[in-house]
Ligand binder design. Structure first.
Ligand SMILES: Cc1ncc(COP(=O)(O)O)c(C=O)c1O
Length: 375
């Protein structure tokens, strides 16, 4: 059997990794400024993470959601305390797309409506409703296009006000910083306007924090830069540092009932152990503070580079905007400089998503490599 050939691959085969360093099958080392699509939050193979998962595996790795699982409760407590969202309830699943599916489904259950407002250049995943609210017709199959979605430009107050005034949307889904799209953000005024309009028109506000959550933006959640409170928050990526886990935080004003949501694997013992390890390391090593301050350090250094038109994003969810397509630069950074970076839907943006324990020294190394390739 061969693999279903959907991924254009770079000619590199990582076989080991530690911190922000990745080693390939020839023993060559690379600095990881991408974290495998913003997934690596506390660094590859963090000793506490390995131990937590190993210890859990020796006890019990999995049992179903039809019996008690105290580690889920421990995780909900810790997540509520660290994120400042203890007035939400946690539902666990396995990925970002699945988190958004559940978030959208809850919005629809809660309001009895089906239409959704999403934003231009959004990315929310590749499954049913998640891909329908993603602004990319190429990855929307006819079956997905049955969902009714109103796309509005980010920060367009009038268009948003007009769309929500129809009163036929169950929810609004928004990224605090657009990841795949290319690091555009709602202004605080716009995010606050969206939140207020959602309340006025009884639409559920879904903050997609799959990429910007778990400290990446320099606060636990990206929306916390804007002084708003969503009804539902979706999480994944950095949450498991590579372990496939996702979830939604549902504000306690939205009530649960038996059978409303469900999953076989979601919230299994190993996924909870991985997520708890991430939370413990974020707290102990003050990685959210590190993300905030090293984001500023990174942006200052980028300002000194002539070819960089703009630094986008915040914390360690960053983009460097150039006036050329960065695909070739990305390749040269990998093969000449041994640095992993990311691309975006906006071809001019190089995405920078290192683990949150990256150091100034490693950032200096990145800029030396970038300068060498831009000369
Ligand atoms: C903001 C956002 N939401 C959802 C997803 C989908 O997550 P997953 O690939 O885990 O399904 C992504 C993935 O890039 C994302 O960036």
């Amino acid at each position: 059997m061969e693999l279903f050939d959907v991924y254009p691959l770079y000619e590199v085969t990582p076989v080991a990794a530690k911190g922000i360093e990745v080693v390939d099958d020839k023993g060559e080392k690379y600095l990881d400024f991408y974290g495998g699509h913003a997934v690596i939050s506390i660094g590859h193979s963090h000793p506490h993470y390995i131990k937590r998962i190993q210890d859990q595996l020796h006890k019990i790795g999995f049992y179903s959601n039809s019996v008690k699982n105290p580690i889920q409760i421990e995780l909900a407590d810790k997540l509520g305390a660290l994120s400042g969202c203890s007035d939400y309830n946690l539902f666990l699943c396995n990925s970002g797309a699945e988190a958004n599916e559940n978030a959208l489904k809850m919005a629809s259950f809660h309001t009895g409506k089906a239409k959704v407002i999403a934003f231009k250049n959004s990315f929310h995943g590749r499954t049913s409703a998640a891909v329908a609210v993603t602004d990319n017709p190429k990855i929307n199959a006819p079956i997905n296009k049955q969902q009714e979605v109103t796309f509005v430009a980010l920060n367009d107050f009038d268009a948003f006000a007009k769309a929500i005034a129809t009163n036929d949307h169950c929810g609004v889904i928004i990224e605090a910083i657009q990841g795949v799209g290319g690091l555009d953000e709602p202004t605080s005024e716009f995010y606050q306007f969206v939140a207020q309009k959602c309340k006025q028109h009884q639409a559920v506000l879904i903050a997609d924090e799959v990429q910007s959550g778990f400290g990446r933006s320099g606060k636990f959640f990206g929306f916390q830069h804007h002084g708003i409170q969503p009804d539902i928050i979706s999480i994944a990526k950095g949450m498991g540092n590579g372990f496939p886990v996702g979830g939604i935080l549902i504000h306690e004003h939205i009530k649960a009932s038996f059978g409303l949501l469900g999953t076989t694997f979601g919230g299994n013992h190993l996924a909870c152990a991985a997520t708890l390890a991430v939370l413990e390391v974020l707290e102990k090593e003050k990685l959210i503070e590190n993300a905030a301050s090293l984001g500023v350090y990174f942006a200052d250094k980028a300002d000194g580079i002539e070819n960089v038109k703009r630094v986008k994003g915040r914390g360690l969810m960053l983009g460097l905007e150039f006036d050329f397509d960065v695909a070739d630069l990305r390749k040269r950074l990998i093969f000449n400089q041994h640095m992993f970076t990311g691309g975006a839907k906006d071809k001019h943006v190089l995405r920078i998503l290192p683990a949150l324990n990256v150091t100034k020294n490693k950032i200096d190394m990145f800029f030396n490599a970038l300068k060498a390739e831009l000369e």
